[in-house]
Design a protein around this ligand. Structure first.
Ligand code: NAP
Length: 255
């Protein structure tokens, strides 16, 4: 029996970490539009998570949703989140490791705490979710794990030693886990967005934004939906022969 037969006639369930805002919200919406039940994880912004859920219900009234507060860097909270998803839907088919933070400083001004916080959320979070959601995928012998890295992880960036290290680490997880899980029907891929318009990038000064724009060959900033479309592509059963890859969604910035 192949994987497509296993999931036939049933909605798949997608977990999007950091689904309350930005790229995660766009991914949650598009994964729902693609016919998946969607779990919206957030850390602190419950109102934003509810807004994501309302957008999904308005666009896709038949799709099931669940909102779960959990800090992805905390092992017990991740385990409880996975348990609550299994109670609600009985399956986790798609995992989007999207939750992420920045604490940007030039190296000499970066504290060890800035470093640890970013590694904990971005890298440890990816590890913990891949482990505990992946355990359910292994049982089902089917899964799609999509890790959100960054052009900072593939190319480096001034002021982002901590963030770039976390995002490069995500590529290490992606490629290693792709090999570990390949024979079990589970693919593991990464997306490396360039500059995308979200709360994370809204804080940048106008002159920095203009400088970045000048470096983007397609001559526009990215939108969350640009990344969400790539996530949906990798989440499909038909993408089962693509694994261990890093897909740049950056308007050509990383060429
Ligand atoms: N924007 C860009 O240009 C860009 C470029 C490359 C890569 N990325 C990556 O894309 C991902 C999404 O970025 P974004 O721009 O959409 O960010 P954003 O608008 O700042 O949203 C961040 C999301 O992550 C959640 N989050 C933060 N810490 C968390 C934790 N410990 N546990 C659970 N959830 C947590 C937030 O939840 P709350 O709402 O509860 O705070 C929020 O939903 C990140 O991994 C980021 O590094 C972004």
């Amino acid at each position: 029996m192949d994987n497509q037969e296993i999931i036939k006639d049933e909605r798949r369930t997608a977990l999007v970490t950091g689904g309350s805002r930005g790229i995660g919200r766009a991914a949650a919406l598009k994964l729902a539009e693609a016919g998946n039940n969607v779990v919206i994880n957030y850390q602190g912004n419950e109102a934003a998570a509810r807004e994501t859920e309302e957008l999904i219900h308005a666009a896709c009234p038949d799709v099931g949703t669940l909102i779960v507060r959990a800090d992805v860097s905390k092992e017990d909270e991740v385990r409880e989140m996975v348990d609550s998803i299994m109670d609600a839907f009985g399956r986790i088919d798609i995992l989007v490791n999207n939750a992420g933070i920045t604490r940007d400083h030039l190296l000499l001004r970066m504290t060890a705490e800035d470093f640890d916080q970013v590694i904990a959320t971005n890298l440890r979070g990816c590890f913990l979710l891949s482990k505990y959601a992946g355990q359910q995928m292994l049982k089902a012998r089917y899964g799609r794990i999509i890790n959100i890295s960054s052009i900072s992880g593939t190319h480096g960036n001034i002021g982002q030693v901590n963030y770039a290290a976390s995002k490069a680490g995500i590529l290490g997880i992606t490629k290693s886990l792709a090999k570990e899980y390949a024979s079990r029907g589970i693919t593991v891929n990464a997306i490396a967005p360039g500059f995308i318009r979200t709360d994370m990038t809204d804080v940048l000064r106008e002159d920095i934004r203009e400088r970045i724009l000048a470096e983007i060959p397609v001559k526009r900033l990215g939108e969350p939906s640009d990344v969400a479309d790539a996530i949906v592509f990798l989440s499909r059963p038909e993408s089962g022969f693509i694994t261990g890859q890093v897909l740049g969604v950056d308007g050509g910035m990383g060429i």
